[in-house]
Design a binder for this molecule. Sequence first.
Ligand SMILES: Nc1ncnc2c1ncn2[C@@H]1O[C@H](COP(=O)(O)OP(=O)(O)OP(=O)(O)O)[C@@H](O)[C@H]1O
Ligand SMILES: [Mg+2]
Length: 262
Amino acid sequence: MTTAATAVQDPQLPGDQPVTAASARQVTKAYGAGETRVTALDAVDVDIQRGRFTAIMGPSGSGKSTLMHCLAGLDTVSEGRIWIGDTEITGLKDKQLTRLRRDKIGFIFQAFNLLPTLNALENITLPMDIAGRRPDAAWLDQVVTTVGLADRLKHRPTQLSGGQQQRVAVARALAARPEIIFGDEPTGNLDSRSGAEVLTFLRRSVDELGQTMVMVTHDPVAASYADRVLFLADGVIVDEMHAPTADSVLERMRRFDGKRTS
Ligand SMILES: Nc1ncnc2c1ncn2[C@@H]1O[C@H](COP(=O)(O)OP(=O)(O)OP(=O)(O)O)[C@@H](O)[C@H]1O
Ligand SMILES: [Mg+2]
């Protein structure tokens, strides 16, 4: 039997697409030293399945952002190994890592990070313009239609609602067809209606475009859009849930609250 772990350690089986879009093995991340040392991640093993929507939850300070940043190559690990697809990123030189991030990874941040002087379409294609790559017109069309922005492409960010601005940020992440998209509380700054709009789109991008999504969230409703939820506590993955509902996630989160000491 092939386990996920062997698939990662030997990701280039002939004719096989790796089923994992990202993997971590025994990843530890510590900040500081001596008495001020904080272990943000403690020997984490995780496989992010391709074409699925994964949510990461856990109390504040549990290591969610750190895990996402390490998986996305935005931060270095103290120990352990990380793969994006079949490429190990731990140990890559800066230049190679920058290229891999540009080609294979999309990001959606809590603040939309749109440029105010560019219209929606220009914001969407900006990273590719900077990289000197021509967007695939058919794909761009499909992305823009799926996000429901076709009639807003000439608008500047200030002329768009919060939800629409975040959908522009989502379209920007999708435009380059990254292997995986990471979002750190992408609906954290949105009211519930705009949040639902963005989450519905993220779900569609997984179902209809085959995108791989990883989203950090505090919101059980947001997590219920995912296929699978990973629960972090004190830098360790302590639980996971498949086919989550808002109620089942809330129930699981309550058990953390009961145990909180700070
Ligand atoms: N640059 C840093 N220097 C020192 N400690 C850090 C740094 N970044 C994070 N930490 C610590 O690592 C731990 C995990 O932080 P992280 O930001 O991953 O938590 P989180 O789960 O994303 O929390 P939140 O829900 O509040 O965003 C925390 O104890 C935090 O204080
Ligand atoms: Mg965080």
